[in-house]
Structure formats: structure tokens, C-alpha cells
Design a protein around this ligand. Structure first.
Ligand code: GLN
Length: 285
């Protein structure tokens, strides 16, 4: 049997990946399947139905190149160029954070505050790939969302995502938090800002090593940007408007305190699927 059948590649490469990245073999196998699907431009079903198929020389070379990059730790989402979030496919590049499952909680909590045909105005601060804004816009076509980011490269990715998803109720703008905004009022402000402590050992492992540091780290206590957003949000929120923020595993108490000190009421925190308080928010009263 030639050694480059799909079955062999899955077996060998999954073992290699599992060892290099300390993954369990099932996850490693899934990753190799994703890479093969990408290189062969095929479905998972086809792959599983053709274990004996042999890769052409070019396909094998393309697969090997991706495997090498993955073995060095590059995130699978950057290698595939996309990641699913809230049921939608998003293009991602090293210019943006990779959308994470826990951020879907922020979208759910934001959507709960908007009735299906509500024409409310939403601001997404630090939009990155546009995942939060576009997932909201897709589910609430009547809302108008302004999505800002300080990074032009990230905004390019976000605009491309809007176009690919056929979403036309999100408007993009370069802004350092509220910095470039005209005086205007929103009904809802959402943000997944950077919130990891500068120098946190967590930044040395896994995918985060390849993600833009300015999208992850936020001062010595990880709260620099959250503090800035909470302190400056008030003039941009209509009466009764909500501010919802994603934050780190140990930041809920401080986020609630900051919200309380800055004129917010109905303050709450909600846990993600891992049971960690992940999103906090409040209403301008
Ligand atoms: N949840 C991310 C992590 O721990 C951080 C995302 C962020 O800073 N907004 O890697």
C-alpha cells in the first residue's frame, strides 16, 4: 500500500501532531482531516469514504507544508483561513483574533436585548474579524451596527467578512475605542477588548502566540481597556442603553464595580460554558 493514502496520512500525521502539540489523538486527527479537506477542497464525508485515495504530488506537498506550520504551533484557523462563529464562517488572518466559542455568549446576551425587528443602534468596539457585529447583524437585520477597530488590517478582514456574508447593516470605521466617534447615541455597546495581563504566562502557549498581541494584552492588570471603555461609554449611550463586555476569568467583580461607579444599574455577570464569569454588563440608568 502506498504510504500517502488518506488513511495513512491521518494515522501518522495525527500521531505527530498529538505528540508535538500535546493534543489528544482524536483532536489531532480532526485537525489533520481539516487540513486534508482544505488541500483537497473536499468534504469530510468524502474524506471518510475514501481512506484508500492517494494524494497527488502537489497535494502532498501542500499538505506537508501546512502540517509543518501546524507542528510549529500556528493556529489551525490561520492555516485554513477561516473559523466558524455563531453558525457563520469568518475569514481570519494573523491581523485579527480568532473568534472564540465563549464570545458567542456575548452575542447571545446582546441579541436578548434586541427584539427581532427593533431598529436599534449598536456599537461594537474592537471588532477584529467582525465576528460579533456580523453575527448580531445577521440575526437582527433591522439594527444598524457601527463596528470600530484601531487596526486597519483588522478592518480589511472585517469588511471582507461582511461582503462574503452579504451583510449590509454593519458600518466599519477606524477608531481607537471612542476616539474617532462623533457625538452620537447608541442603544447597545458591545466589546470583546484585550483583557489578558501583560506578560501573563498564558500568552506563551498555544494559538495566542500567533495572534496580534495588541488584541490580547491590556496593561499590568489586564483591565486597562475595560476600564477605559466603561469610564468613557456614558456619553455614547442613550438612556436605558446597555454596555456588555467580555472579560477575563477573574475580572467579573472588578468589571461590576467599575460599572457601578460609572452610573450603570441592573449590573450582571454571566458564566460561559466552562462555568467562568465571562461577560458583564449594565444599563445606563
Ligand atoms: N479569551 C482570550 C484568551 O484567553 C483573550 C481574548 C481577549 O483578550 N479578548 O486567550
Amino acid at each position: 500500500m502506498p504510504s500517502n493514502t488518506i488513511q495513512q496520512i491521518l494515522l501518522w500525521d495525527a500521531a505527530k501532531l498529538a505528540e508535538a502539540l500535546l493534543l489528544d489523538v482524536a483532536s489531532a486527527r480532526l485537525e489533520v482531516q481539516y487540513l486534508l479537506q482544505h488541500v483537497l477542497k473536499t468534504s469530510r464525508a468524502w474524506l471518510l469514504a475514501h481512506p484508500e485515495a492517494v494524494l497527488s504530488e502537489t497535494q502532498q506537498a501542500d499538505h506537508d507544508a501546512l502540517m509543518q506550520r501546524r507542528l510549529h504551533g500556528e493556529p489551525i484557523a490561520y492555516l485554513l483561513g477561516e473559523r466558524e462563529f455563531f453558525g457563520l464562517k469568518f475569514k481570519v488572518s494573523p491581523a485579527t483574533l480568532i473568534p472564540r466559542p465563549e464570545t458567542e455568549l456575548l452575542v447571545e446576551l446582546a441579541l436578548q436585548r434586541i427584539l427581532p425587528h427593533d431598529k436599534c443602534r449598536v456599537l461594537d468596539l474592537g471588532t477584529g474579524s467582525g465576528a460579533i457585529a456580523l453575527a448580531m447583524a445577521h440575526n437582527r437585520p433591522a439594527v444598524k451596527i457601527l463596528a470600530c477597530d484601531v487596526s486597519v488590517a483588522a478592518l480589511d478582514v472585517a469588511r471582507m467578512n461582511a461582503q462574503r456574508l452579504g451583510i449590509d447593516n454593519v458600518f466599519f470605521m477606524q477608531s481607537d475605542w471612542f476616539g474617532a466617534l462623533d457625538a452620537q447615541l447608541f442603544d447597545l455597546i458591545v466589546s470583546n477588548p484585550p483583557y489578558v495581563k501583560e506578560g501573563d504566562p498564558h500568552l506563551q502557549y498555544g494559538d495566542v502566540r500567533f495572534e496580534p498581541p495588541f488584541a490580547l494584552a491590556s496593561g499590568d492588570d489586564g483591565l486597562r481597556d475595560i476600564r477605559h471603555i466603561i469610564i468613557h461609554a456614558k456619553p455614547y449611550l442613550d438612556c436605558g442603553g446597555w454596555l456588555l463586555l467580555e472579560h477575563g476569568y477573574d475580572q467579573a467583580v472588578l468589571a461590576r464595580e467599575l460599572l457601578q461607579q460609572n452610573g450603570f444599574g441592573e449590573i450582571f455577570s454571566v458564566c460561559d460554558l466552562a462555568g467562568i464569569e465571562r461577560v458583564s454588563g449594565g444599563k445606563l440608568v
